[in-house]
Design a protein around this ligand. Structure first.
Ligand SMILES: Nc1ncnc2c1ncn2[C@@H]1O[C@H](COP(=O)(O)OP(=O)(O)OP(=O)(O)O)[C@@H](O)[C@H]1O
Ligand SMILES: [Mg+2]
Length: 360
């Protein structure tokens, strides 16, 4: 099984659109796919026509109430299943603060499902909080959807620093498999400049003990396509909504690339021939979804969790930012991410609450 976290703490870059449609395209190719909505905004859930306020067993029940992962799996097609989010998930980060092993709860729960799917795609929220850390702790791969926009480069350093930390301390299998450029317009100079910057950055990591040493910029760029923006309101993937569109073609091409590009040490388990997971509940997909626009997560960071006080990391250490650089000088500051010379030499100590807090 390959477990891929679709991650970028920047909002609106195409994480959910990519999860939905990459998943649909992989399923169309015969892969058994499970999509996990880890975002309290629940856009992935809504995209599948499910109401995140319904009583269906969801990820919150799994993470907080110890319901089994398979109970929350809702199958939609022969090859596609969804573990929905719920508004309650916004509170999960606070509720988990006092739970032992809170960074690996999703990993624990997912164990029961690892033979049921060829791919698990996790749609992360736009933050580097505890939910995202849980995704990184269980994933074998990270795919970073990114809009080729100057501002999109900001934050890549912090994102990769988070991946490196989790890879070092919790999940040595974790690799960045690549960056997928979304809402791409090949005509613009800026798009091409961003691609060049990213290429240089990835080249620079080759051969180094970094989780992104074998990353690539996927050849399949996702062009801006209005059909991709329309399809969620019909509760459909682009493959069903407009199978001949550019959007459908781009996500099919991306799925073909993802299928063959397995980064570094991430060793997928050969697909098994077990029966698809039992249908727990199949909700009707309305032709137009009457779901209120989701409110931003109601989560308010716990004002003073114990782990804040424990933080000893100097503020200067946490700075990985390009915000003050003029455009012409911009460089991916991710190059400055601090990696120990030989991470494999000493057994990794567990991630401390202070480190998680410093990153979030
Ligand atoms: N290739 C595309 N062409 C046109 N519109 C797109 C494309 N990709 C995504 N969109 C639209 O852009 C918006 C943001 O996309 P999406 O919700 O996938 O981003 P996100 O990274 O998941 O956002 P968030 O961080 O809020 O979870 C949506 O309205 C989506 O329909
Ligand atoms: Mg999203």
């Amino acid at each position: 099984m390959r477990c891929i976290a679709l991650m970028n703490q920047k909002g609106g870059v195409g994480k959910t659109t990519t999860t939905v449609n990459l998943g649909a395209a992989l399923a169309e190719m015969g892969q058994r796919v499970c999509l996990v909505d880890l975002d309290p905004q629940a856009h992935l859930t809504i995209n599948y026509g499910m109401d995140p306020t319904s009583d269906a067993v969801n990820l919150y029940n799994v993470l907080i109430e110890e319901r089994s992962f398979l109970e929350a799996v809702h199958t939609f097609d022969a090859n596609i299943a969804l573990v929905p989010s719920s508004i309650d998930l916004a509170a999960a980060e606070i509720e988990l603060v006092s739970v032992l092993g809170r960074e690996t709860i999703l990993k624990e729960r997912l164990k029961s499902a690892q033979h049921d799917f060829d791919f698990i795609l996790i749609d992360c929220p736009p933050s580097l909080g505890l939910l995202t850390i849980n995704a990184l702790a269980v994933a074998t791969e990270v795919i970073i959807p990114m809009q080729p926009h100057f501002l999109a480069l900001q934050g890549v350093g912090k994102l990769l620093e988070t991946v490196a930390l989790v890879s070092r301390r919790m999940n040595p299998l974790l690799k960045v498999s690549g960056i997928v450029l979304t809402m791409f317009d090949s005509q613009t100079k800026l798009s091409n400049e961003v691609v060049n910057d990213l290429n240089g950055f990835i080249e620079n990591a080759k051969g180094k003990p970094l989780p992104w040493a074998n990353a690539k910029i996927f050849e399949s760029k996702i062009r801006r396509n209005i059909k991709l923006a329309e399809s969620p309101s019909f509760g459909q993937t682009i493959l069903k909504y407009e199978p001949q569109s550019h959007g459908a073609a781009d996500y099919r091409a991306l799925a073909r690339e993802v299928l063959v590009h397995i980064p570094g040490a991430a060793r997928p388990i050969a697909p098994t021939v077990t029966a698809p997971p039992a249908v727990v509940a199949k909700l009707p997909v309305p032709s137009v979804i009457a779901v209120k626009p989701s409110a931003p997560p109601a989560i308010v960071k716990s004002p003073a969790p114990a782990i804040v006080a424990a933080s000893t990391k100097p503020a200067a250490d946490k700075k990985v930012s390009v915000t003050t650089k003029p455009i012409e000088e911009r460089k991916l500051v991710a190059a400055k991410v601090r990696i120990p010379p030989n991470p494999a030499a000493t057994p990794p100590p567990p991630v401390t609450p202070a480190e998680i807090e410093a990153l979030t």
